[in-house]
Write a protein that binds this ligand. Structure first.
Ligand code: C5P
Length: 304
């Protein structure tokens, strides 16, 4: 007999690309990337509950989120079940806060969280690297959500290396009501002049990381206020060309807040990093100015 099983929700974080260097289109149609990615204290929640009929069912109340097998969480469940040669059914419930088409990796994060949840639910002896191989078959940036909170991403996004530095920052995350289509942004990128070759992620991290003040021999830190000027995104001008409303929004955001925001991934969300102890009231004022433009905005200020 199955025991009583309470669905427990686990966090499925959003990501931002602090840097994103994009190379030319490869023969397989993808682009080689180099990116420093941070997982945020903001995101969705996912729960998994076993079911007896052998079906994989997605439940989500957010309009526009597919609940069929095209949902990346469903793809993750099918891929893991096939890998493990199981027939178990499961209901995966998604509570969404990350908008789609935002460059925050919401669908990919849900897929990675589903892989970890089902590995535990089905008691599969799979290591993280084995899950990462399955993740790479679901989407380019699924694997990175198995690592974090700060990592370097290469290849088409599937090669992930956790960084031994931490990001010490507050952030304002702004999500306009604009959808940016990843494939269209990359197509536009192919039409535009190649961006200048940026500093490698490794040398950027080495140049900007600081010893931890209280433990000089301990882990190094990237400070939000130091790192912001070093952020870049090679897809920004392509995304603005593919969706002109996005470029117009970025200009209005700068004007309304007095800060230059950086786009994440292929858009449409933007972020700005501040010091960890930056005045909360000012961060709230910046978020309120972004909301006045019709966007959703959140202040992310870690408490630890
Ligand atoms: O792998 P994923 O489905 O997330 O990618 C969506 C689309 O984004 C791809 O079909 C491709 O057009 C583009 N892409 C790319 N290079 C990458 C990642 C994605 O060209 N590294």
């Amino acid at each position: 007999m199955r025991g009583v099983w309470e669905p427990s929700f686990v966090r499925s974080p959003a990501k931002i690309n602090l840097t994103l260097a994009v190379g030319p289109r490869r023969l397989d149609g993808y682009h080689d990337l180099e990116s420093i990615v941070a997982l945020l204290d903001f995101g969705d929640e996912v729960s998994a509950m076993p079911r007896d009929d052998g079906r994989i069912v997605i439940e989500c109340d957010t309009p526009g989120v597919p609940t069929d097998d095209t949902n990346l969480a469903a793809k993750a469940a099918h891929a893991l079940r096939e890998h493990a040669k199981l027939r178990d059914g499961v209901t995966i419930r998604l509570t969404k806060r990350i908008p789609s088409g935002a460059g925050l990796g919401g669908g990919s994060s849900n897929a990675a969280t589903t892989l970890m949840l089902l590995r535990d639910l089905w008691k599969l002896p799979l290591k993280r690297d084995q899950l990462a191989a399955i993740a790479a078959t679901i989407g380019s940036d699924v694997a990175l959500f198995l690592y974090g909170p700060l990592c370097a991403m290469r290849g088409r996004g599937e090669l992930v290396e956790p960084l031994s530095v931490s990001l010490v920052a507050s952030a304002v995350l702004v999500m306009p009501q604009i959808h940016s289509a990843t494939a269209a942004v990359y197509r536009q990128f192919d039409e535009m002049p190649a961006p200048p070759k940026p500093e490698s992620a490794a040398s950027l991290v080495a140049r900007l990381s600081r010893p931890n003040a209280s433990f000089p021999a301990g882990p190094r830190q990237l400070l939000g206020e130091d790192f912001m000027p070093a952020t870049f995104n090679d897809l920004e001008s392509s995304a603005f060309a593919a969706t002109p409303a996005l470029g117009e929004f970025a200009a209005r955001l700068r004007e309304a807040t007095g800060h230059a925001f950086r786009m994440t991934g292929s858009g449409a969300a933007f972020f700005h990093l501040f010091g960890k102890y930056h005045d909360r009231r000012e961060l709230d004022r910046i978020a309120a100015a972004a909301k006045n433009l019709g966007a959703t905005a959140v202040v992310i200020q870690p408490v630890h």
